[in-house]
Design a protein around this ligand. Structure first.
Ligand code: HEM
Length: 200
């Protein structure tokens, strides 16, 4: 099995060589990853960062951006996850195939994000903040990354303040509190990915 919704299905033909499984899986998730790179290039100021830092932020942050973009694949009410092929599987099925705590945490994240009721502009600002807030280890020009982050956070705050009435301040705070949650999902997910690579 390969219980990641970025695949087309959690079921894998047991007779298929693992290289082929990876190739098919990559074909499924590569367009989504490419969209994140294009999105990054469109963030005003991102392309002015040193190329090395652009790569580091993308490496560290792509999963987190995808998690936000694809949060709606997790349907907590119906207890299902939709894979990139469009096929839906119940949480119970995915659990029986080996998914665990991480799946629960992602469902919870998605449910709470949806409750904030962001529109598409806010979502896009938030994902820009997520990307420039990615793990800073190995960043060369920290000052520029921080300056860009400040600019994006101010933009996100202005938008949220315009759109959420009395809830504005709490909505903005809750959004910022999503950043450490995303980091933790990223770390847990990297472990799943690594252990899958070791014993596919
Ligand atoms: C698990 C790869 C992005 C959600 C996994 C596994 C791999 C993987 C190899 C382990 C599968 C197994 O042991 O059966 C990737 C790659 C990604 C990616 C290469 C980059 C594009 C994402 C995103 C999400 C996600 C963006 C959420 C929207 C999950 C879930 C699991 C998982 C829910 C199962 C967790 C569990 O076992 O509890 N992923 N993934 N993945 N991934 Fe991904």
């Amino acid at each position: 099995h390969l219980v990641c919704p970025m695949n087309t299905s959690p079921f894998v033909d047991p007779n298929k060589p693992s290289q082929e499984i990876w190739e098919e899986f990559s074909m499924s998730f590569t367009p989504a990853v490419r969209d994140v790179v294009d999105f990054a290039k469109g963030i005003p100021g991102f392309c002015d960062l040193p190329e090395h830092d652009q790569v580091s932020l993308l490496k560290a942050g792509t999963f987190e951006v995808l998690m936000v973009r694809f949060a709606s694949l997790f349907n907590v009410v119906e207890r299902t996850v939709t894979f990139l092929s469009g096929k839906r599987y119940s949480l119970d099925t995915l659990r029986s195939l080996g998914a665990g705590e991480l799946l629960n945490s992602m469902c919870e994240f998605s449910e709470k994000l949806a409750l904030l009721g962001l529109d598409s502009d806010e979502m896009s600002f938030f994902t820009a903040v997520v990307l420039v807030s990615a793990d800073r280890s190995g960043i060369q020009d920290l000052d520029s990354v921080e300056a860009l982050q400040d600019k994006l956070i101010r933009g996100l705050r202005n938008l949220v303040m315009q759109n959420h009435g009395e809830e504005s301040a709490t909505t903005f705070t809750k959004l910022l509190l999503k950043l450490p949650e995303l980091r933790s999902l990223n770390n847990m997910h990297s472990e799943e990915l690594l252990s899958f690579k070791v014993h596919p």
